[in-house]
Design a protein around this ligand. Structure first.
Ligand code: WTA
Length: 647
């Protein structure tokens, strides 16, 4: 089969920071001499006490550990704000576009952002928050979310952002896990014209969290919300009393910067912990090279700050690099499917970074919504969060980018802190659907199920054989789980959980998760989490959840449910369970299909045979594989007879 390859567009290689030759040379040096490479690269930051040690990492027991620049000290906010003030204080740091286009947008300069961050940092201090304390942030996409993050970094507090679409229960679990004494929220969020009752959710969650002493409430919609005396304070009233000067806290490179909860294949969501120095180097260097960022350009990453993409590529990477970063409160199709491109035109966006799920949804609406906008400012497009199917890639390339803009399909994870496998726009010929080549310092490998490395072209589990500065350092409160989850499957290697193919040109093609994690609209969901939500319902005895193909979301959620014997499953119960899961976790976990099953397929030792359920979810039932080890093979006949026919 002839493979489609799009060469680096004319002119791009000359104008870009890195062309093909430079990429090869830099990549080789980063692998052969990582100490020297990262020593140089880390000088992109301002250090308070310069580091003398660079890389101290081992993926092996007994000396397992990951530390970068360990004896250096710095402050992340000083790098993201203070150092830009003298020469570029009047440059716009955040260009904020509200949900409703008729509401005025906001332009916040570096000077203004610095003052806002200092005031909020002082407010945090006034509430007794300091170095090492955890601050839970449950905010919509408003500039104050970035202010709160940077204020934490300024005083050495650790932020834990909880996506504003999560339910009160999910929020409470995350507050309790990291023992936050403070929650920062808004009265309501606004998305696609709909209001999200954030403060009410917090009030609800806090019934389970007696340790929370302070709730800061930003007025966004002005809705009437209750206030608890002594606990709740109004953001603007609170900061009005504070000075716009706040000394920076001198942080060690390995001091924690943030916790971000993410789903794994088992158990509760894990608190992924990132530290200061290595993360800052990684977020900024990847932002600069992958997006070929030149100072002064208008850059827009459309991710929510509730996910890692928002952390690294809406806030930290761009601001460390002195960029103008667009922050968008709304959704792609409100008020109409032209919205993304209208915002591109409004601000003259040059670099746009978005998720395949949004592109697929917009593609379905037809080209006219795109074509009626100008988009001449665009020079580069990015994709993140899930595999981009070649059809969506082509549409992005031809219709949105008018064959002028390279597409960087960036593969990475919450755990990796930033982009790992990606084209560089001036260096890499593009193949639709491939994340292409490793970034500097990234050593990917493919291994078979026995951990034996697959050489050359082939397929296997994607692992990393060495550390990179942006790597997560631990699971909050459970270092053993960190080791077990990522380093015990294959000895001495970081296991990504993804399957992958490498072609003869050394390009990587991610094939998707190979563990019990599904990727719904670019959001990671552990099937175990959805299952435990379902079995928490009084009428449910047992449940198993698998992924299913979905045109827009990439993957949908297919739940098999066995009810208690006295319950007759019906349409009403189906609706009730869907509602229940939305309440327990949040709307992103809404099951697409619930199939009632009198029993689940189990081995004689009682283990659910997920392979069979996955096949049913994928509607690929011609070959279910070996079912002879099932305790009761007739269970499968029932499942097949009642499966949801996917069209
Ligand atoms: C998937 C998001 C294919 C992958 C930054 C990974 C991708 C998981 C891509 C991490 C891509 C992310 N192509 N798959 N370009 N980017 N993924 O932690 O399965 O929310 O393991 O981080 O998303 O999701 P997470």
């Amino acid at each position: 089969m002839g493979e489609v390859v799009y060469p680096v567009p004319t002119g791009w290689d000359q104008a870009a920071l890195v062309d093909a030759q430079a990429y090869e040379a830099m990549y080789q040096r980063s692998i052969e001499a990582p100490e020297a490479f990262w020593n140089d690269a880390a000088h992109r930051l301002d250090w308070i006490r310069p580091f003398t040690r660079v890389k101290e990492t081992s993926f092996h027991e007994p000396d397992f550990g990951i530390a970068w620049f360990a004896d250096g000290t710095l402050n992340l906010t000083a790098n993201a704000l203070d150092r830009h003030l003298e020469r570029n204080g009047d440059r716009v740091a955040i260009l904020w576009e509200p949900d409703d286009p008729s509401e005025p947008h906001r332009e916040i300069t570096y000077n203004e952002l610095h003052a806002d961050v200092c005031r909020f940092a002082n407010l945090l201090k006034a509430r007794g928050i300091g170095r090492g304390d955890r601050v839970t942030i449950y905010l919509p996409m408003v500039p104050e979310a970035a202010v709160a993050m940077l204020a934490c970094a300024r005083i050495g507090a650790i932020h834990s952002i909880v996506f504003a679409g999560f339910s009160p229960d999910a929020l409470a679990g995350r507050i309790i896990d990291c023992d936050s004494r403070i929650v920062v929220t808004a009265d309501e969020g606004l998305r696609g014209g709909k209001r999200v009752p954030l403060k009410a959710n917090v009030d609800d969650a806090l019934r389970q969290c007696p340790g929370v002493e302070t709730v800061v409430v930003l007025r966004r919609t002005g809705a009437l919300v209750g206030a608890v005396d002594g606990r709740d304070i109004d953001w603007h009233e609170g900061v009005a009393l504070q000075s716009s000067d706040c000394d920076i806290e001198e942080m060690n490179a390995e001091d924690p910067l943030f916790i971000l909860y993410t789903s794994g294949s088992t158990g509760k969501p894990k608190g992924v912990l990132h530290t200061t120095g290595g993360y800052a180097v990684w977020a900024s260097i990847t932002h600069q090279y992958v997006f070929d960022y030149h100072p002064g350009q208008i850059y827009w990453c459309a991710a929510d700050i509730g996910w890692v993409t928002g952390h690294s590529y809406v806030v930290y990477g761009p601001l460390i690099n002195g960029a103008t970063t667009v922050m968008f409160e709304g959704v792609p199709n409100f008020p109409d499917p032209s919205r993304f491109w209208q915002v591109v035109d409004k601000f003259g966006v040059e670099i746009f970074y978005g998720a395949p799920t949004a592109l697929r949804a917009l593609m379905r609406e037809g080209d006219d919504w795109v074509r009626r906008t100008n988009r001449k400012s665009l020079r580069l497009l990015g994709s993140v969060g899930e595999p981009i199917n070649p059809e969506a890639w082509e549409w992005y390339y031809r219709v949105v980018g008018e064959e002028r803009c390279p597409i960087v399909d960036t593969w990475w994870q919450t755990e990796t802190g930033g982009i790992m496998i990606t084209p560089l726009p001036g260096a890499t010929d593009l193949k639709p659907g491939s994340a292409s080549r490793p970034f500097f310092g990234v050593k990917p490998a493919l291994v078979d199920n026995d951990g034996k490395e697959v050489m050359g072209a082939g397929e296997g589990c994607l692992v990393m054989t060495d550390s990179w500065p942006g790597q997560m350092r631990t699971v909050w409160g459970d270092h053993d789980r960190f080791f077990q989850t990522y380093f015990s499957t294959f000895e001495g290697m970081y296991f990504t959980g993804d399957g992958c193919r490498r072609d003869a040109d050394g390009y990587y093609w991610i094939t998707g998760r190979i563990d019990d994690v599904i990727n719904v609209s670019g959001h990671r969901m552990g099937t175990a989490e959805i299952e435990s939500a379902l079995v928490a319902h009084s009428k449910v005895a047992e449940s198993a959840v698998v992924g299913m193909p979905h045109d827009i979301k990439g993957q949908g959620i297919y739940a098999f449910v066995t009810t208690n014997v006295e319950v007759t499953p019906d349409e009403a119960l189906r609706k009730e369970l869907i509602q229940w899961v939305r309440q327990e976790i949040g709307p992103i976990a809404t099951p697409d299909v619930i199939q009632f099953a009198p029993a689940l397929p189990k081995t004689r030792s009682g283990k659910i045979m997920r392979r069979i359920l996955r096949k049913i979810g994928e509607n690929d039932v011609t070959n279910l594989g070996d079912t002879s080890t099932l305790a009761d093979p007739s269970v499968v006949d029932n499942l097949l007879a009642n499966r949801r026919q996917l069209t």
